[in-house]
Each structure stands twice: as C-alpha cells, then as structure tokens.
Write a protein that binds this ligand. Structure first.
Ligand SMILES: Nc1ncnc2c1ncn2[C@@H]1O[C@H](COP(=O)(O)OP(=O)(O)OP(=O)(O)O)[C@@H](O)[C@H]1O
Ligand SMILES: [Mg+2]
Length: 211
C-alpha cells in the first residue's frame, strides 16, 4: 500500500537577496513496510525533502500526499504527532528526561494511560537492545549508540506509520552505525512502519544498498 507520494513537488527558500530552488518537480512514492534511502550530495535538497514528508512545511507547488490526502489540507500538528516519527543525527533527546521517559513522551502526548505507556516504552527499549539498567539514565549518561537506540524507540512507540531518519548514524562509529542500520532495516520489514533512511554521498555505501 502506498503511504506517501510526492507529486511534482517544488520548494524554494526565499531570502532578501536570494532564491534557492531546493526541490524541482520531484515525483516519488513510498509503500508501507519498505525502507528507502534518499541519496544525494550536500545541498541537493535531502533535508528539505524529508522536512516536507514530515509535514514541517508544505510545497510551493505540487503535492505531498499522506494516504492520498495532501499535507496542506491536513492538520499538520496532528499529522506530525500521530503519524510521523523522526530520528536525527544528533539524537535530539530531551536531556532532562530519563531514557524511559523520553520513549514514553509520544504516548503521553497521545493521551495514553501512563501505566500502559510505561510498559510499551520498556518493551520497545528492550527490543532495541537497551539494557534495563539504563532505563533510568539521563541521555548524557549514555553512549552515542545507546542514545540513538532510545531515539529510535521513541520514534517507534507512538505507532507512527512513517519513520524518517535524517543521517541516523552520522554521529556513530562504524560498529554502532552498522548495528543501528540493521535495526532500522529489520524494523521496516517486520512492522507496519514505512522506514526511511537518509545519507549523503560522503558515507559508506554498504549499509544503504540493502534498502
Ligand atoms: N533555511 C534556509 N534558507 C535558505 N536556503 C536554505 C535553507 N535551508 C536550506 N537551504 C538551501 O537549500 C538547498 C538544499 O538544502 P538541504 O538542507 O535540503 O540539502 P541537503 O541535501 O540536506 O544537504 P546536506 O547533505 O549538507 O545536509 C541548499 O542549497 C541550501 O543552501
Ligand atoms: Mg541535510
């Protein structure tokens, strides 16, 4: 089933002195249960592309459609909260919350019961290979690989259909990068999430040829 479609999408950044056409007439479609890599050199528009997919903005022309509904016709706060999970290069965890509390956040925002949220978040963390002894650790007490596991668990607990990872392994060593890519790809195939991965041409090609 197609979950997201880009139909002739263009986007430009307008400043006082300059107009940058970041995307021109992009067409693409993405299906449930699949992983995709968005590949291109620096400045080619990858972050712009996933920002539109995540509903952070809408196209200047064309349409981004989530389940056939253009994002500019949706309540985009609701779309981001309920349908999209984001994973970032620098993890973007809430630094004053524990690993477990970070993962519970989307569920609390969705007004789930706190006991159920606690159980779901613990299950997700274990599934992602975070040891139980780290559940009450603040992000600053965790390694980069552990933090990214927490960030992925958080992106997945809210039952988002679309997982968007912007350079998810950019700050990790090779061993952790490979482990994280394995996790993302296996999750994309075994859950109902559509999983996206993003890279620049600078990084090792191997992990991405499996998408
Ligand atoms: N806020 C902004 N204001 C003006 N121009 C911008 C802005 N953000 C991005 N751009 C321009 O839009 C183009 C696409 O940028 P984008 O960040 O999408 O590229 P990218 O492929 O993600 O690059 P990288 O691999 O370096 O992260 C670039 O030319 C960039 O300079
Ligand atoms: Mg980018």
């Amino acid at each position: 089933m197609k979950i997201l479609e880009f139909e002739n999408v263009s986007y430009k950044y307008q400043t006082k002195h300059r107009t940058t056409h970041a995307l021109k007439n992009i067409c693409a479609s993405f299906s449930q249960g699949e992983a995709y890599a968005v590949v291109g050199k620096s400045g080619s528009g990858k972050t712009t592309f996933v920002s539109l997919a995540a509903g952070l903005d809408t196209p200047a022309s064309g349409a981004v459609k989530f389940k056939n509904e253009p994002t500019d016709a949706l309540d985009r706060d609701e779309y981001r909260k309920n349908h999209v999970g984001m994973i970032y290069q620098n993890f973007n965890l809430f630094m004053h919350l524990t690993a477990l509390e970070n993962v519970m956040c989307p569920l609390i925002l969705q007004k789930k019961d706190s006991k159920a949220a606690d159980e779901t978040a613990k299950k997700k963390l274990l599934q992602l290979g975070l040891k139980e002894e780290h559940f009450k650790s603040l992000p600053a007490m965790l390694s980069g690989g552990e933090q990214q596991r927490v960030a992925i668990a958080r992106a997945l607990t809210g039952s988002a259909e679309l997982i968007i990872a912007d350079e998810p392994t950019g700050n990790l060593d090779e061993e952790n990068s490979s482990a994280i890519i394995d996790i993302l790809l296996s999750l994309a195939k075994t859950t109902t999430h559509a999983c996206w991965l993003l890279r620049t041409t600078k990084r090792s090609r191997n992990a991405w040829t499996r998408c």
